[in-house]
Design a protein around this ligand. Structure first.
Ligand code: BES
Ligand code: MN
Ligand code: ZN
Length: 512
């Protein structure tokens, strides 16, 4: 679906031809004498229209309004969250109609609020997404175009562009999350990364089993052993900043299917373990948005991708493996595999001398128990980084919640046969997993997002949510703004200081 931004005042919106006009109506709106204002006033007075978030009133071929259908939708106090609820409800109704061209009228909301714009456009994008990759009969989507109407398009433009870039990243993350494991193998994920390298300033390097062995990633390799599908280690780079700018590194768990391995999972709902690469999908999604938005910073994306399968060659409970860091790990439970692939990726991240490293993983069932589907778990040893991510989450309505990292939580990870065990007891499972990862963090600010509860929905609405792409991209754009405020000064030869020239555009794809 395409988006377009247009200046349309309340009265102009009445004469805008379209299949459906969706009007967000907050609790408090200044009165007007145009047809739309009179309609809203009359509907409210009669009690037929309630302005609570998401309440709908639909009309058809209304005199004085050029749109075929009119949907008034309550936007409550007009917060970004209310806007999201309103657009979700309205687009749900529009999707069930024949409408191809929709005008989404935000002109009655507070002017130029980027958070409103983002909430509205992202909710529209969510409604427009549909999964088709493995269906034999695909009915083409009716909805083709959404015109976002605001009181002043010039004021809203920056927020609009960001939101449209975000929608593309979210859709890509959903798509890869949703694909079944036989349509999203590690090699296929690497293929998706190669596609991204066609975008400006993005390049990719794909490492296979040989290269990974050479690096000494014994922990990652141990997880992949039980599968016929060869592993891939994906290294994405987005070079939007100066060469001297330290990159933000995103690390995404890419378990394309998690059976649990020899510590096999119960059969019920095991299909949902195809979503165990949603961390990886969120990194791909973030890069899709970066390619679109072209912010001035450097970002590295690392994805250790493999399956976790039981097999004659699979690792067994009690096996000891040697990680890239040199630390030995006793694998007491082969189902705690996410941390085993992430720890080697964290060690690899050190070589980029990162500004910050954020790993994203569907890591623990315990995090689902702790926080449910509302907030992702955030673990960080760095208060500034934690605060930036919390803020980015609030601003993008992609929430997270900070969890503790007290050293006492690591007590249960002691092993009699290796430097560390890969599990502790049942208690505090999401924290002990984070404590395991923390042992592999080098000299850089680090944060870990456990998205086990937020990355996908089960039940009738089963599917990937695209979270936390909005949080990540919002954070990265903020970092770009920070970097612009404090540019890296590089000593010129003459001894004076000069700002270094931007890195050359590189779109080369390196692969094995
Ligand atoms: N991918 C799972 C985590 C998971 C489980 C996410 C259920 C969402 C729903 C992870 O690899 C896993 O199996 N973790 C184990 C760890 C345990 C063995 C210490 C878990 O959470 O049960
Ligand atoms: Mn597992
Ligand atoms: Zn897993």
């Amino acid at each position: 679906m395409d988006f377009e931004l247009k200046t349309l005042t309340r009265s102009r919106v009445c004469s805008e031809k379209c299949d459906a006009l969706v009007v967000l109506v907050p609790q408090h709106v200044a009165e007007g004498d145009d047809t739309l204002s009179l309609l809203i006033e009359a509907a409210t007075q009669s009690g037929d229209f309630d302005r609570k978030p998401g309440k709908l009133l639909q009309a058809y071929r209304t005199t004085g309004i050029a749109a075929t259908r009119v949907l008034l939708v309550g936007a409550g106090e007009g917060s970004a969250k209310n806007v999201r609820t309103a657009v979700n409800a309205a687009m749900g109704a529009v999707k069930g109609s024949n409408a191809q061209r929709v005008v989404l009228c935000l002109s009655l909301l507070k002017d130029g609020d980027a958070a409103h714009m983002q909430a509205a456009v992202v909710a529209c994008g969510d409604a427009a997404y549909s999964y088709t990759a493995t269906k034999s009969k695909v009915t083409p989507a009716k909805l083709q175009r959404t015109v976002v109407a605001v009181a002043d398009a010039a004021v809203a433009k920056v927020g609009f562009d960001k939101a449209v870039g975000l929608v593309k990243g979210i859709a890509l993350a959903k798509e890869w999350g949703n694909r079944p494991a036989n349509h999203a193998t590690p090699v296929m994920l690497a293929g998706a990364a190669k596609e991204l390298a066609k975008l400006p300033r993005i390049k990719v390097e794909i490492l296979g089993p040989k290269e990974v062995a050479k690096l000494g990633m014994g922990s990652f390799m141990a997880v992949a052993r039980g599968s016929e599908e060869p592993l891939r280690f994906i290294v994405l780079r987005y070079d939007g900043g100066l060469k001297a700018d330290a990159p933000v590194v995103l690390v995404g768990k890419g378990i394309t299917f998690d059976t649990g391995g020899i510590s096999i999972k119960p059969a019920s709902e095991m299909d949902e373990m195809k979503f165990d690469m949603c961390g990886a999908a969120s990194v791909l999604g973030a890069f899709r948005s970066l390619g679109e938005l072209q912010p001035k910073l450097n970002v590295v994306g690392l994805i250790p991708a493999c399956e976790n399968m039981p097999d004659g060659k699979a690792i067994k409970p009690g096996d000891v493996v040697t990680s890239m860091s040199g630390q030995t790990i006793e694998v007491l439970n082969t189902d705690a595999e996410g941390r085993l692939v992430l720890c080697d990726a964290l060690t690899y991240a050190e070589r980029f001398k990162p500004r910050a490293v954020v790993d994203i993983a569907t890591l623990t069932g315990a995090c689902v128990v702790a926080l449910g589907a509302v907030r992702s778990g955030l673990f960080s040893s760095d208060d500034a980084l934690a605060q930036s991510l919390l803020n980015a989450g609030e601003r993008s309505l992609d929430l997270c919640w900070r969890m503790p990292l007290d050293d006492d939580y690591a007590d249960g990870l002691k092993s009699n046969f290796a430097d560390v065990a890969n599990i502790a007891g049942r208690a505090g499972g999401s924290v002990t997993a984070a404590k395991f990862l923390q042992r592999f963090v080098g000299k850089f600010p680090w944060a870990h997002l456990d998205i086990a509860g937020t990355a996908w929905k089960g039940g009738a609405a089963k599917g990937s949510t695209g979270r936390p792409v909005a949080l990540l991209v919002t954070y990265l754009l903020e970092q770009a703004a920070e970097i612009a405020k404090n540019p890296v000064l590089v000593k010129a030869k003459a001894g004076s200081t000069a700002v270094k020239a931007p890195a050359k555009k590189r779109v080369k794809t390196v692969s094995v």
